[in-house]
Design a protein around this ligand. Structure first.
Ligand code: FAD
Length: 400
């Protein structure tokens, strides 16, 4: 059956649920619907710790039904197309949902198929990834079996969710090897297509020391393009300082892959996107640049912040204020403006973490009064024990 709602939210992930909870809190009378196909909701930041054997996947999952705010309609289906000129969303089932306002938050798409041979070998042959609930446990399995040889960790050239995650699992793995006396027997290599270790110089300085401590080889302008799973060989495209490209093969015993990522296909095929394929919104208010009744936040939006749940926590209240202002007065921007805040809790070992918080200009934007560029035990404890509670009980309930 087709239906119409005041506000339709695509995606019941971090961003969609947080926005729904805040909208309902602000105005109980609103008729809100969330389009979300999944029965389960994941707290993805713990997937790094699943790969390091600290948590299990069960620690990261809850039933979706427990987090759809009271009074919000849950349309358990997949959005398959958006016709923003007609204010309509088509669902996988063929139904059409129309809206007064649309919030686009279906997250990011992991493009496993863009690395030759990866889809065939992921989950076998020592090829693992923390970028999937069904995949992260294998990272831990591979790590426990690693006693000598080479471990390779990769990052793609596209924007990704949690830009620090490709490195975090490497530092955990190195610390695990150190604790078990195998660090000297394993050649650890990071492959990054980028030109820096981390975009914020203050935190990069600390990471240099971590890299040195573990004896890691950090290869810049190195991009994984193919995996020969049965041979345990990674094919890496290397760009030299003059821009000339060559291909090199590296054997491995463990290969942790972070594949290229993009907005979901149905978003990229819509009229909502900018030339890079992200939902084209104003970076301080989250209002769409061409469709004033469309807003977007989280991993799918064009706002040029680091894509994290921590960024969503700051984005959601600002988006909600702007959407309600537009509903009431036809304007946006009267209240607080988003400064690009994001936070990347850089796990550097089983008992240490650097809490990197920064804004659009890559300037540190700390929440704590001490020097957050240092590795700290307390910040690791916060990630393990406090942030999950803040997420499930605070953020998703519209309280934090
Ligand atoms: P998601 O939370 O991914 O939600 C998207 C939702 O949309 C999903 O529920 C999905 O089912 C739904 N959806 C998809 N397609 C459709 C469709 N067609 N129709 C309807 N619904 C759809 N962030 C941090 O802050 N700190 C960290 O330490 C951290 N570490 C991370 C480590 C890893 C390994 C990973 C993978 C992520 C990490 N993140 C971290 C990132 C964080 O999880 C994301 O940035 C955040 O979840 C983004 O929220 P979102 O709502 O945009 O997307």
């Amino acid at each position: 059956m087709n239906s119409r709602h005041n506000i339709v939210i695509i995606g019941g992930g971090t961003a969609g649920i947080t926005v729904a909870a805040r909208l309902k809190k602000a105005r109980k009378s609103l008729d809100i619907a969330i389009i979300e196909p999944s029965d389960t909701h994941y707290y993805q930041p713990l997937w790094t710790l699943v790969g390091g054997g600290i948590n299990t996947i069960a620690d990261t999952v809850r039933p979706m039904a427990d987090f759809i705010p009271a009074g919000v309609t849950w349309i358990q289906d997949r959005a398959s197309a958006i016709d923003a000129d007609r204010s309509a969303v088509t669902l996988g089932s063929g139904r059409t949902i129309t809206y007064d306002y649309l919030v686009v938050a279906p997250g990011i798409q992991i493009n496993w198929h863009l690395i030759d041979g990866l889809a065939e070998t992921i989950g076998r042959n020592g090829v693992c990834s923390n970028y999937g609930a069904d995949k992260a446990p294998y990272t831990w399995e591979v790590l426990q079996g690693l006693k000598k040889g080479r471990a390779i960790f990769t990052q793609p050239a596209t924007p990704i969710k949690c830009g620090g995650a490709p490195q975090k699992i490497m530092y955990l793995a190195a610390d695990y090897l150190r604790k078990h006396g195998h660090l000297d027997n394993v050649d650890i290599q990071f492959m990054s297509p980028g030109t820096v270790v981390f975009g914020v110089p203050e935190f990069q300085e600390t990471l240099y020391k971590v890299i040195e401590r573990y004896g890691i080889t950090f290869n810049l302008q190195h991009e994984l393009v193919a995996v020969k799973g049965d041979e345990k060989v990674a094919v890496i495209r290397v760009t030299d300082p003059e821009g000339k490209q060559t291909t090199k093969e590296f054997s491995f015993d463990m290969l942790h892959v972070v594949p290229p990522q993009s907005a979901p296909d149905f978003i990229r095929e819509s009229t909502l996107v900018n030339p890079e394929g992200w939902v084209d919104v104003q970076k301080h208010t989250f209002q769409h640049n061409r469709y004033p009744t469309v807003f977007s936040l989280g991993d799918v939006s064009s706002t040029p912040n680091a894509k994290t749940g921590a960024a969503v926590r700051k984005q959601a209240p600002i988006l909600v204020a702007n959407l309600l202002e537009h509903m009431d007065k036809g304007t946006v921007g009267a209240g607080e403006s988003y400064n690009g805040y994001s936070s990347c809790p850089l796990v550097t070992g089983y008992n240490s973490l650097v809490l990197a918080e920064f804004d659009y200009d890559n300037r540190p934007d700390p929440s704590f009064p001490f020097d957050t560029t240092k590795e700290r035990w307390s910040m690791m404890m916060m990630k393990r024990f406090l942030l999950p509670v803040l997420y499930w009980k605070g953020m998703l309930r519209g309280r934090a």
